[in-house]
Design a protein around this ligand. Structure first.
Ligand code: AN0
Ligand code: CP
Length: 321
């Protein structure tokens, strides 16, 4: 595997899931693969889970790890071409990327959407430059439009908690005080649509329609309470307006309706449903304390599976070096 961005990069999902469970049984089984191999993790944005789980997965595989926080100690990077570099940005990404590629075997990139220019974000401009100019396999650690390590961990979690029957999974928008990217819901929708035995229903306020390239023909139900009926899993997430129905709204907060916050009354509609969120989560906006602390909240095992999803991805990449 040369890059990991979309669900197709992983090939058949039942095989990937079997590999994930195998690694979970014995996470050091492939320790020999990473000997004298170096992972470079590049963060343009903050992280807790991705930073720790990716580093842990790499260490399980015997790799060396270098972490670069671009905004803390590195030269400020210019990402646009054709500009006169007389601002505070000392170095251009187009030199920085091949230099970084010299020091490692695999690169992970975290670079969120700017939420100003839909075309620029949805072209995955920064990630594509890493793929093109680093000369190394590259994986997304949440980029402008995708968060595949999260979606893969989410799928592993759904399959662990509902291994036999077809699961009704509801992706629900919830309110937030800041404009957040669409990467998590995009990937979640894409992966659940591709997954075996998952019935995905998406619910959000009108105007928050996700990009069809990710959501496909998933059922969209604008009545949140109706969508939650009989759900086995409730996957809450805020996202800013994707600008699909109205391009001028891209990246904006166009709904602040607090009735979308997941509380006990929402969960009572479900089939004793499990509560999921990628974290970090803001209590009182996305979800109430009682729900996230309750017996049906599986946010911690979900986060733990980030180590497993990343182990599968790194193992696949190491096997192709
Ligand atoms: C990010 C987001 O919504 O994409 C990261 C989630 C994994 N969240 C925040 O910025 C709070
Ligand atoms: N879920 C997730 O990716 O969390 P971090 O932003 O903390 O890495």
């Amino acid at each position: 595997m040369k890059s990991f961005i979309n669900v197709e990069d992983l090939g058949p999902l039942d095989k990937a899931l079997a590999e994930a469970l195998e690694i979970k049984q014995d996470r050091y089984k492939y320790q020999h693969l990473g000997r004298n191999k170096t992972l470079l993790m590049i963060f343009f944005n903050n992280s807790l889970r991705t930073r720790l789980s990716t580093q842990k997965a790499a260490m399980n595989l015997g790799m060396n790890v270098i972490v670069l926080d671009v905004n803390a100690g590195a030269w400020k990077l210019e990402t646009e071409r054709g500009v006169i570099m007389n601002s505070d940005k000392s170095e251009h990404l187009l030199e920085a990327i091949p230099v970084m590629g010299c020091y490692c075997d695999i690169i992970g990139v975290r670079s969120f959407a700017g939420l100003k220019d839909r075309e620029y974000d949805y072209a995955e401009t920064v990630l594509q430059q890493f793929i093109r100019y680093s000369g190394k396999p590259v994986f997304a650690m949440e980029t402008a439009t995708v968060h595949p390590l999260q979606a893969f961990a989410d799928l592993i979690t759904v399959k662990e908690y509902c291994p036999t029957k077809k699961a009704k999974v509801v992706l629900t928008w919830a309110p937030h005080c800041r404009a957040l990217p669409q990467a998590v819901p995009n990937s979640f929708a894409q992966w659940m649509q591709a997954a075996p035995d998952v019935d995905l229903v998406v619910t959000h306020p009108r105007g928050y329609e996700l990009d069809p390239q990710f959501v496909g023909d998933a059922r969209v139900e604008y009545d949140q309470l109706k969508a939650l009926e009989g759900a086995d899993f409730v996957y809450a997430k805020n996202w800013s307006n994707p600008g699909v129905t109205n391009p001028a709204d891209y990246g904006k907060i166009t709904c602040e309706d607090m009735s979308w916050t997941i509380d006990a009354a929402h969960m009572a509609r479900t089939n004793n449903g499990k509560f999921m969120h990628c974290l970090p989560v803001r209590r009182g906006l996305i979800v109430t304390d009682d729900v996230i602390e309750g017996p049906n909240s599986i946010v911690i095992p979900e986060a733990a599976n980030r180590e497993i999803s990343c182990s599968v991805v790194l193992k696949r990449m190491l096997s192709c070096l």
